[in-house]
Design a binder for this molecule. Structure first.
Ligand code: THU
Length: 149
């Protein structure tokens, strides 16, 4: 018998009722450090991302480009790899910065990738004002939709 893989379930609530306090200065500082480690010789657009998890772990990532341009990895993808490197869990808040220190809004693909590991209530600072993933990715493809067939 084939066992069905059970992915982590994002919390279904998009509300921030249970008032989480996020150290955005720390996340922005760590995102800036990660941006300094980016490998982006083709676009020269360096990106760093830093997130805090529900069990208070800090995870970071930077973009890694490739001469075959379409194979480039966004900073948010690297961050999710880092999340699993430290043992997994849920991300609750993410800051994304470019190498010049400007907030960097996540691309569409990264919104979906962050959603898988943060759910709708995850806060994302991609333009200087933290917003939920529910707001950034309306109509997301999620596990409920997948289960509906
Ligand atoms: N990039 C990211 O790392 N994250 C995003 O959300 C937007 C774009 C990277 C990909 C590429 O290496 C560079 O920025 C220019 O598009």
């Amino acid at each position: 018998m084939v066992e069905q893989f059970q992915p982590d379930q994002p919390e279904r609530s998009a509300s921030n009722d249970e008032e989480i306090s996020v150290d955005w200065d720390l996340l922005r500082r760590e995102a800036a450090k990660a941006a300094a480690k980016a490998y982006a010789p083709y676009s020269n657009f360096h990106v760093g991302a830093a997130a805090i998890t529900s069990n208070d772990q800090l995870v970071t990532g930077s973009n890694v480009e490739n001469i075959s341009y379409g194979l480039s990895l966004c900073a948010e993808c690297s961050l999710i790899s880092d999340l699993h490197r430290v043992g997994g869990g849920r991300i609750v808040a993410v800051a994304i910065l470019s190498g010049s220190g400007q907030p960097c809004t996540p691309c569409g693909r990264c919104r979906q990738i962050l959603f898988e590991h943060g759910g709708p209530s995850c806060l994302v600072d991609g333009d200087g004002t933290p917003r939920t993933l529910a707001e950034l990715l309306p109509g997301e493809f999620d596990q409920d939709r997948f289960a509906q067939g």
